[in-house]
Design a protein around this ligand. Structure first.
Ligand SMILES: Cc1cc2nc3c(=O)[nH]c(=O)nc-3n(C[C@H](O)[C@H](O)[C@H](O)COP(=O)(O)OP(=O)(O)OC[C@H]3O[C@@H](n4cnc5c(N)ncnc54)[C@H](O)[C@@H]3O)c2cc1C
Length: 233
């Protein structure tokens, strides 16, 4: 059913959204899908790695993703969607085929990573494009439900040196996460800390680091999803 929010976004879309076409859709294992979007409206666009992009799903409203790359000369961008369940964004990503028309909003600023001072990064399956933007090995820790699936996606992206911690019920893996992030901060003194992914995990890592007196010179956080919340951006 079309929600009121989706209807308003549909109206606004005629003014602000960019029209694009899915030109390539490819499974990356069982849990991820790589999607290429193309079109003249993507040409000449300014994009910074870590920016967000919202895709408009007519029955559900917008869902937020992170471009892996943006070619402003050819008008092409690429997303990696995590197929976490049977929800509008995941369903769309799982079933969309090359040739499908799509409206998008953005790119817009979200988290800035990489560049001259790469961050130490925490995230999850939704943070792979951000991890790629951050670059260097040994700086990223991800909590994930199925490590072998995420490792397959990391390999497909050519991303090395990412520490995967298995997500457990009741956040029983929290200390392991805090250990892993603290170790990465110790190995990269002065690096900023960027926390993304599941809201409660971000909070747990923050609190755990604080309790240990482990400080990072700069901290940026952005919750990408939370149980029960819909379409966070
Ligand atoms: C700035 C930003 C960048 C993002 N970049 C990416 C990206 O590049 N790739 C990507 O895959 N996602 C990314 N996300 C996360 C993505 O937008 C959310 O997971 C979103 O909820 C997916 O929409 P949906 O319709 O599948 O689920 P929704 O309808 O929005 O959510 C329904 C329910 O599904 C559950 N849920 C949502 N996400 C997850 C999850 N990851 N794991 C388990 N359960 C979940 C929650 O219980 C939620 O209440 C990003 C989010 C933000 C804010």
């Amino acid at each position: 059913m079309t929600t009121a929010k989706a209807a308003v976004q549909g109206l606004l879309g005629r003014l602000f959204f960019r029209d694009t076409t899915v030109t390539h859709a490819e499974d990356v294992g069982r849990r991820f899908r790589r999607l290429v979007l193309s079109g003249p409206a993507l040409r000449g666009v300014e994009w910074t790695p870590g920016d967000k992009l919202q895709i408009f799903l007519p029955d559900a409203g917008t869902r937020t993703y992170t471009p892996l790359r943006w070619d402003a000369s050819t008008g092409e961008t690429e997303l990696l969607a995590y197929l976490h369940g049977d929800t509008p964004g995941a369903r769309w990503a799982r079933t969309v085929r090359a040739g499908a028309a799509l409206q998008i909003f953005g790119p817009r600023s979200s988290l800035v990573v990489g560049g001259p001072s790469p961050a130490v990064m925490f995230g999850d399956e939704t943070s792979l494009a951000l991890a790629r933007a951050n670059g260097e090995p040994g700086r990223t820790v991800l909590e994930v439900s199925e490590p072998e699936e995420t490792q397959g996606a990391l390999d497909a992206l050519g991303l090395r040196g990412v520490r995967l911690v298995t997500r457990r019920a009741d956040d029983a893996h929290r200390e392991e996460l805090v250990d892993a992030v603290a170790q990465a901060l110790q190995a990269h003194p002065g690096a900023p800390l960027v926390l993304s992914g599941r809201a409660a995990a971000i909070q747990g890592v923050r609190q755990g680091l604080k309790a240990r007196g482990t400080a990072a010179p700069a901290l940026k956080t952005r919750a990408y999803w939370a149980p029960g919340k819909v379409g966070m951006d």
